[in-house]
Design a binder for this molecule. Structure first.
Ligand code: GAP
Length: 499
């Protein structure tokens, strides 16, 4: 299952196979295959009791860092279904596609950019025509399924947005899409937030939520799924200050992962090459994590892009398209996006700077992260094995802020008044942290189960508790046990857990 090395006191075991991660996640109730009793639904996953807590904690840690702790970012929660013109203006309706090809030998469909020598994430926002030119020569490409070389069909476009119909009556029903990113909900609410809150540029809007993409290549557990959760910030700033803010967000976001316990050697920033950049982007850097499975690949956790004023300008064009869209049977794909107004800098999505007495379209820095993807990174990075009394111990070394259960409470035995005291402590502490009460089995086995769940502290109520009011607090990583008076437990744990 794992490679184990010993670095002084700290072991560095790693889950090196994807199957082992999947199996651990299922066994301990972190993540299950969706609709498993029906044979499963490809590329869709459900979070079990521990996974739901872990994912919620990842989301909360992100929100705390980028909204709660900052005076210049506010939150938002947009709907998944949006006006179809949103996706016309953003470019997704016409261009959000992957190029796919079919192997003539085994009929397997592959993304052209996933065939060897094409490492890019996907072809989003590059015109399909441009990607098509790059993909012309597949004569040396290898089919990832059967290994045949150069036997591919002409590349074709595969639309990534899920389409559905909205409206009960045939007359007023229209095609809408499930959002492929949360970002556009922020752009279309820029003016609402500006007019309803006391924000001034520079400021950001943050939101988390589900996005949907009909991905061609999945098969990497929750790394790439068709339904996933994003955590995105659009940070609006004055043109000319954008590079400074981009640098600021690169540092902030990189440190967020480190502060939550990701090992430094597994994290890096990678600048996009010029030919990877969307035509409107001034710069983009990915925060990458070195996933230990497969060939030990560096993979994107988050992108931090300087998107210039592109999005707000596009939505000003979208707003100018509404009438023609109505006049043309609401056919989003057939209606061209209206041209940009000459005085676009003072358009409806512009900003008036009171101090400088000038109007402009703000530039945008976009740190765009994935909650599921970072949850997977936190999971694999936390996994470790060591030895206790000659026996192997599997332990999830989650940062306390992320640990699904913060404190487990055990009576040493199920008699002599110990369960009653343990229950009393449990009832008091669970008002403040996620706690777990367990009175079954040998205490050593109860510790092991909590180590595998990543619980930072276990409390044991024993004979001495009745005599002097102290309980044993056992720390997950060092396994050091300290006796603490039960009256001081709340403050002691609050301090240690930093929550
Ligand atoms: N608004 C910009 C945007 O959506 P992206 O690189 O396509 O950019 C941002 O997505 C983040 O969302 C990625 O870094 C990744 O963490 C997450 N993400 C994207 N597609 C995903 C998928 N199919 N499954 C899981 N996470 C995904």
């Amino acid at each position: 299952m794992a490679d184990i090395g010993i670095l002084g006191e700290i072991s560095v075991a790693q889950l090196t196979k994807l199957e082992d991660i999947v199996s651990l996640c299922k066994r301990r109730g972190f993540i299950f295959q969706s609709s498993e009793i029906y044979g499963g639904l490809a590329s869709c996953y459900d979070y079990g009791p521990l996974g739901a807590e872990l994912k919620r904690n990842v989301r909360q840690a992100w929100w705390k860092a980028v909204v709660q702790m900052r005076d210049d970012v506010v939150g938002l929660d947009c709907s998944i279904l949006m006006h179809p013109l949103v996706w016309k203006a953003s470019g997704h309706a016409d261009k959000f596609a992957d190029l796919v090809t079919v192997c003539k030998k085994c009929n397997m469909r592959s993304r052209v950019d996933h065939l060897p020598d094409h490492p890019e994430e996907h072809t989003a926002h590059i015109t399909v025509d441009a990607a098509m030119k790059d993909a012309k020569n597949l004569s040396k490409k290898v089919c990832p399924s059967c290994g045949t070389v150069g036997q591919f069909s002409e590349p074709m476009e595969f639309k990534l947005m899920f389409e559905t119909q909205m409206g009960a009556n045939i007359d007023d029903s229209m095609t809408v899409w499930l959002r492929p990113e949360t970002a556009q909900g922020i752009f279309v609410n820029f003016i609402n937030v500006l007019q309803s809150s006391r924000v001034k540029i520079p400021f950001g809007i943050a939101q988390t939520g589900k996005s949907f993409r009909n991905e061609v290549t999945t098969k990497a557990f929750i790394f790439r799924t068709r339904e996933f959760e994003q955590a995105e910030i659009e940070f609006f700033c004055e043109p000319g200050t954008d590079v400074e803010w981009w640098e600021h967000w690169k540092k902030e976001r990189f440190n967020w992962y480190l502060n939550l316990g990701i090992k430094k050697e597994n994290l890096r920033l990678r600048d996009h090459d010029k030919d990877e950049l969307a035509h409107y982007a001034k710069g983009c850097v990915d925060v990458e994590y070195k996933f230990p499975f497969g060939s030990g690949d560096w993979q994107e956790l988050e992108g931090i892009a300087n998107r210039t004023d592109y999005d707000l300008r596009q939505h000003q064009r979208g707003m100018r398209t509404v009438t023609t869209w109505h006049e043309n049977g609401k056919n989003t794909l057939k209606v061209p996006l209206a041209a940009e107004a000459e005085d676009y800098q003072s358009g409806p999505l512009s900003y008036f700077d009171e101090e400088q007495k000038k109007r402009y379209i703000p530039y945008v820095i976009e740190p765009s992260a994935g909650i599921d993807r970072s949850t997977l990174a936190f999971l694999v990075d936390a996994y470790d094995e060591d030895e206790v009394n000659g026996e192997k111990r599997s332990v999830m070394r989650f940062h306390p802020a992320l640990a699904p259960i913060k404190v487990a409470i055990f009576p040493l035995v199920k008699k002599d008044g110990m369960p009653e005291i343990a229950q009393e402590i449990y009832n008091k502490l669970k008002r403040h942290f996620a706690c777990f009460y367990d009175e079954k089995g040998a205490v050593g086995r109860r510790y092991r189960r909590q180590d595998e769940a990543g619980t930072p502290f276990c409390l044991t109520i024993d004979g001495q508790t009745k005599e002097d009011g102290t309980v044993t607090v056992r720390e997950r990583d060092s396994m050091v046990q300290t006796r603490i008076n039960k009256e001081n437990l709340l403050n002691y744990l609050r301090d240690k857990l930093e929550v």
